[in-house]
Design a protein around this ligand. Structure first.
Ligand code: GBH
Length: 480
């Protein structure tokens, strides 16, 4: 029953952007077509034991060939915006030198089709698929993000994409979740390139920050007054299991290692002092050169927040063995350098198919915190969604009521944050389509649209219909 007086007040105003997100390696396939060369994920997928069931992104959901159908699907759902990423090795195969025109043509055609349908393109330059050439040979130690040169290469790549698409793309995101690139890629090793070296992970974090800063400057220089530039982080909503001094210190450490390591330089031009102190037995941070922090500290037109689940920590009691694993129980070592005495726990709440607990208040907490930390910067939820073991019914339909509830509850927290004055201007559902879920392969489905991996048939799930209705009415329809 609608309460009197609320009918005229939409839950989310028409200028609040409602869209959906994907990333290149997770959907495109066509990994050796039109001049594309391997990324670190192609290599990682070919390393036995790294990906569930030996899955790869070789075919994925064949978006490279089926993009017209996928854009039509987006238009059917009424998406206002579509967040996608550009595959670096499709556009600049060796990570150096001139662009490959056919690679750029693919993204130009995609963007034109979006614009024709009135869907605003949100382009991410890097969603984890580093050209293998820039990572180099693991036998000789590897290069990649722990090396400064990779940040310089990234800024050059950004210019190639800006020159090709800058006349039609306004919204640019430099990096997606640099925490994952640095700490899962080089720390715990559960993501490509699969290295397990905490110093390399910290170096990678700095060079990713630098890459963001150099690319932001390059984009603005090439597209004066026309580019809106931001970054998508995965800020952790960290809860302590108790308020003992030890548990609060565990929380502080994890906040510094997940949030401060990026927000410090991006928003304030400095690494947090406690982060430097917590890691000083590992590194003296001398890889931070004069001028780097000023380069990283560029004004942001948008700050993207990717949120799925909160993080619950406590201190490991004196005398007990440290937990070497990450929060998923995967990986040879923890992705948290200098937090050996922190234990990670399953937060309360129902679990998704990833084993991640559902708690929408974590999203509100992150948005509230960033409204202060990043005062003046418009916030966008650039990913939010859940994995579910979706199976088509006999009639082919896919009913996913838990996902509808998840989206409803998280969007309600966004609306609440807005009502409190938080400047959050948009929301992108992860993900438009079921896709390649990194180390979990195709076993985990995040899509609002189901994909049959045998036939590549797309079927909008109940959640897709529900989301389309929300976009049309701007009201959060009740959950059944
Ligand atoms: C995002 O990563 C990605 O951007 C997207 O490509 C992906 O498909 C999607 O989410 C779904 O996974 O347990 O110690 O690792 C999210 C990755 C998962 C990283 C939760 C942080 C918690 C800390 N995040 N994780 S830990």
């Amino acid at each position: 029953q609608t309460q009197p007086g609320t009918a005229a007040r939409p839950d989310l105003p028409a200028d609040f952007l409602l869209g959906a997100a994907t990333s290149a390696y997770q959907i495109e396939g066509a990994v050796d077509e039109d001049g594309r060369t391997p990324s670190i994920w192609d290599t990682f997928c070919r390393t036995p034991g790294r990906i569930s069931d030996g899955d790869t992104g070789d075919v994925a959901v064949d978006h490279y060939h089926r993009w017209p159908e996928d854009v039509a699907l987006m238009a059917d759902l009424g998406l206002q915006a579509y967040r996608f990423s550009v595959s670096w090795p499709r556009v600049q195969p060796t990570g150096r030198g001139p662009a490959v025109q056919r690679g750029l043509d693919f993204y130009r055609a995609l963007v034109d089709a979006l614009l024709e349908r009135g869907i605003t393109p949100w382009l991410t330059l890097y969603h984890w698929d580093l050209p293998q050439e820039l990572e180099g040979d693991p036998a000789t130690g590897g290069a990649g993000w722990p090396e400064r040169a990779t940040a310089e290469r990234f800024a050059e790549y950004a210019v190639l994409v800006a020159e090709a698409l800058g006349d039609r793309v306004e919204h640019w995101t430099t990096l997606n979740e640099p925490w994952c690139s640095a700490f899962l890629g080089y720390g715990s090793g559960v993501h490509a390139p699969g290295r397990t070296d905490h110093v390399a992970a910290l170096r990678a974090a700095h060079h990713l920050n630098l890459a963001h800063g150099l690319a932001t400057q390059a984009l603005r220089a090439n597209l004066p007054g026309r580019a809106k530039v931001g970054i998508s982080l995965n800020p952790a909503a960290v809860r302590a299991r108790s308020d003992t001094t030890a548990d609060l210190d565990a929380r502080r450490r994890v906040e510094a290692l997940s949030n401060g390591v990026f927000e410090g330089p991006l928003l304030h031009g400095a690494y947090p002092e406690d982060l430097i102190a917590d890691t000083d037995h590992l590194t003296d941070w001398s890889f931070v050169k004069d001028g780097d922090l000023a380069a990283v500290h560029q004004p942001l037109d948008a700050l993207g927040v990717n949120y799925y689940t909160p993080t619950l920590v406590s201190a490991v009691p004196e005398g007990a063995a440290a937990d070497r694993r990450d929060g998923h129980g995967q990986g040879e070592q923890t992705p948290w350098p200098g937090a050996d005495r922190v234990a990670f726990h399953q937060p309360p709440g129902p679990l998704t198919a990833m084993g991640w607990s559902v708690d929408a208040t974590g999203l509100r907490d992150v948005l509230r915190r960033l409204a202060k930390e990043a005062a003046g910067v418009p916030l966008y939820v650039t990913e939010n969604g859940m994995a579910r073991d979706d199976r088509p019914a006999a009639d082919g339909s896919v009913h996913d009521p838990e996902r509808v509830a998840y989206l409803h509850d998280h969007l309600a927290e966004v609306a609440r944050a807005r009502a409190e004055g938080v400047d959050v201007r948009g929301y992108f559902l992860w993900s438009l389509l079921d896709n390649f879920e990194w180390a979990y392969g195709y076993g985990k489905r995040f899509g609002a649209v189901h994909v049959d991996y045998e036939t590549q048939r797309r079927t909008p799930k109940t959640s897709a219909r529900w989301y389309a209705e929300l976009i049309r009415t701007r009201r959060l329809p009740p959950v059944d």
